[in-house]
Design a protein around this ligand. Structure first.
Ligand code: CP
Length: 314
């Protein structure tokens, strides 16, 4: 296993990829291989985080990220404090800062934070003084999702170098698209973001290794991986789409569109899916789909991130 202490200055948090070098990101992917081996054993547990307490602080709903972080921390023998805002005093008006002061009293060693507001994980990092992992903040970033996406692509091709990754859909509201656009080029891939002009912020074209197009065939042509993004109707106040049918007719990831991609290109979706809207059921469940593999890899990646941020720090 790559030791996080032997690689120079380690970023204290994983909020986005700004301070993360390709070498360090590569080490997280490499260590996920070891974590997958642990998860294949009859006893799926290692003592790496024994004695540490990890707080899973979720102020917004989640299935995959919350459960996989909880399992990842437990597999590494940490104590886990799970905080779900919906069942907490946040519903009585308690602020993020006051909530955090309560949680800090329990001597938490690291926070995993999901919040509907962009920048919330940064706030927790500033107030808590403990390592913070951003589990999705507004539309800004979702770094562990991008890491598990990168890992799933690397598992298929051995490397991200020179690979074309097409990401289609509601780019405007997607933290997954932003984190992948930040991460994948650092690992050598080119990213094409595609969607209707109303859902494709032109500023993203400034990111290194990223191009934009409204033409789905152009986006997918020659791609090694094709990712469909969820249409985030709960974040749309209207006017972005003519109709859902019109969207599906043009941008749906389905077998016809996949015919433009490299032979054997893999299909990804971060979940949750709107089946037969942004992705056809045939593509989601077909032989090229790696959607459940993404979920499986999520646990290993999150174990690797926890190890990287916490081991050797205390
Ligand atoms: N991909 C993702 O973040 O899914 P959840 O919202 O279920 O965690």
């Amino acid at each position: 296993m790559n030791s996080p202490t032997s690689m120079g200055t380690r970023p204290p948090h994983l909020l986005d990829f700004q301070d993360w070098t390709p070498e360090r990101l590569g080490a997280i992917l490499d260590n996920a291989d070891t974590m997958l081996q642990v998860l294949d054993r009859p006893v799926k547990k290692v003592p790496a985080l024994q004695g540490l307490t990890v707080c899973n602080a979720f102020f917004e709903n989640s299935t995959r990220t919350r459960t996989s972080f909880e399992l990842a921390a437990r597999r590494m023998s940490a104590d886990v404090l799970t905080f779900a805002a919906g069942a907490s005093s946040v519903s009585k008006g308690e602020s993020l800062r006051d909530t955090l002061e309560v949680l800090t009293s329990y001597k938490v060693d690291a926070y995993i934070v999901r919040h509907h507001a962009a920048g919330a994980a940064h706030l927790v990092a500033r107030y808590s003084g403990k390592p913070v992992i951003n589990a999705g903040d507004g539309r800004r970033a979702h770094p562990t999702q991008a890491l598990l996406d990168a890992y799933t692509i690397r598992q298929e091709y051995g490397s991200l170098e020179g690979k074309k990754i097409a990401i289609l859909g509601d780019v405007r509201h997607s933290r997954v698209a932003r984190s992948n656009a930040e991460l994948l080029p650092k690992l050598g891939a080119q990213v094409v973001l595609c969607g209707p002009a109303t859902l494709l912020p032109p500023g993203l074209a400034q990111m290194p290794g990223v191009t934009l197009t409204t033409n789905p065939k152009e986006a997918v042509r020659g791609a090694h991986a094709v990712m469909a993004l969820r249409l985030q109707r709960e974040r749309m106040s209207g006017g972005f789409l003519g109709s859902l049918q019109e969207y599906a007719d043009t941008y749906q990831v389905n077998d016809t569109l996949l015919g433009e991609a490299e032979s054997g290109a893999i299909v990804l979706h971060p979940g949750p899916m709107n089946r037969d809207l942004e992705i056809s059921s045939d593509a989601a469940d077909g032989p090229q789909s790696r959607i459940l593999k993404q979920v499986e890899n999520g646990q290993a990646i999150r174990m690797s991130v926890l190890y990287h941020l916490l081991v050797g720090r205390n």
